[in-house]
Design a protein around this ligand. Structure first.
Ligand code: NAP
Ligand code: G4F
Length: 323
């Protein structure tokens, strides 16, 4: 019998990469999608898996829909990737962010508890939960949390609720604390994709500049395809546990700009960048750099794609898409 998995957020970046990985492992994949007049399958199309998924209709804000889906599918594994995932919007839409990212997780956990308690559960937690708190600038599973955005706060609630369902009801609940991970299908508003899309437009004569906020920030950027493998590995363990997933190396947005513009032969990239206060955040998170020793040791997981490779992959894909 095939193993079964339910993925929420299947139309997003990670949902698409995870679906591809699980299909390659011969899972039957259920994908939760919201009701739309015109749903956007472009990420799944990009990876060539759109027709291999069984779609179920529901919403993280609708508790009954989640109960119904869990009851009907009783999957071996549930990956909760659905979220209002853009930090920048979370100040403008704090209530919505909380409803989807916090309460939605509580609804899903209760649905599992009542209708499929043997399902293993993965929660998409985030390095944003650390805020600017770190020991010597590097975060580990032991670093205290100090969230600095409504998004990070909503995710911290979900993280602790996931831990609590494990401790209270003995469910197999894991939380993956993932650092930034990108790909050619990263959402267009995130800084990496905004830059690679902007560069492709400049190169093709479709745009003259890219408007950005704080370009001093440093992030520990990895490749989404590598990170979904870590999610899967977490659910293959005997005991549920939380893991931090990162590359261990960080770079500034300026580094990203230099390599990305370099890829299309532009050296004087500064003249194409305009700093626009609209893209600055009320509370910034300056440096993220994670130490994934526990994941290396217990999961045998290591990232494969290096930073430069990732940047070039994204630039090339945007040039191809627009060209
Ligand atoms: P993404 O591309 O923004 O995808 C998020 C998905 O959530 C979208 O498909 C969206 O559906 C879905 N969603 C939003 N609200 C929903 C609702 N009310 N009901 C059902 N689905 C809903 O995000 P991602 O980059 O793939 O990230 C996946 C998860 O990992 C997110 O939870 C994110 O917070 C977390 N995370 C991401 C990173 C990263 O660097 N990428 C790092 C740490 C943690 P629509 O397509 O219908 O809009
Ligand atoms: O690309 P970003 O929007 O990603 P951010 O805020 O780090 O969040 C992403 O990673 C988290 C994991 O750490 C996830 F949990 C979350 O869901 C999301 O996937 O911004 C990165 C940095 C920030 O410091 C931001 O202020 O880039 C800076 N930035 C500068 N100019 C900009 C811009 N960010 C965006 N999106 N757009 C700009 O114009």
């Amino acid at each position: 019998m095939k193993k079964t998995a339910l993925i929420t957020g299947i139309l997003g970046q990670d949902g698409a990469y995870l679906a591809k990985l699980l299909l390659e492992k011969d899972y039957q994949v259920y994908g939760l999608i919201r009701r739309y007049t015109n749903p956007n399958y472009s990420n799944l199309d990009y990876l060539g898996v759109t027709d291999d998924i069984e779609y179920v209709s529901g919403d993280m804000n609708d508790e009954a829909s989640l109960m119904n889906i869990i009851k009907l599918t009783t999957p071996n594994e549930v990956y909760n990737l659905a979220a209002q995932s853009f930090v920048g919007s979370s100040w403008d839409q704090a209530k919505l962010t909380t409803e989807v990212n916090s309460l939605g997780v509580l609804y899903l956990l209760n649905a599992i508890r009542f209708f499929s308690p043997r399902s293993k559960f993965y929660q998409a937690s985030t390095s944003e939960m650390f805020g600017n708190s770190s020991s010597k600038g590097i975060q580990t599973e032991e670093t205290p949390f100090h969230p600095r955005s409504p998004y990070a706060i909503s995710k911290l609630y979900a993280h602790w609720m996931t831990v609590n369902f494990k401790e209270s009801y003995g469910l197999f609940c894991t939380s993956g604390i993932l650092f930034n991970h990108e790909s050619p299908i990263r959402g267009i508003e995130f800084v990496t994709r905004k830059i690679t899309d902007g560069i492709a437009r400049i190169k093709l004569g479709l745009a003259k500049e890219i408007r950005l906020g704080n370009i001093e920030s440093k992030r520990d950027w990895g490749f989404a395809g590598d990170y979904v493998e870590a999610m899967w590995l977490m659910l293959q363990q005997k005991e549920p546990d939380n893991f931090l997933i990162s590359t261990g190396i960080n770079h500034s947005i300026k580094d990203f700009l230099e390599i990305a513009f370099g890829r299309v032969g532009i050296k004087d990239w500064k003249k194409y960048i305009k700093i626009d206060p609209r893209y600055k955040r009320p509370a910034e998170l300056f440096v993220l750099q994670g130490k994934s020793d526990k994941a290396h040791r217990k999961l045998g997981w290591k990232p494969k794609v290096k930073f430069e490779e990732l940047v070039k992959m994204m630039v090339d894909a945007d040039i191809k898409r627009l060209g």
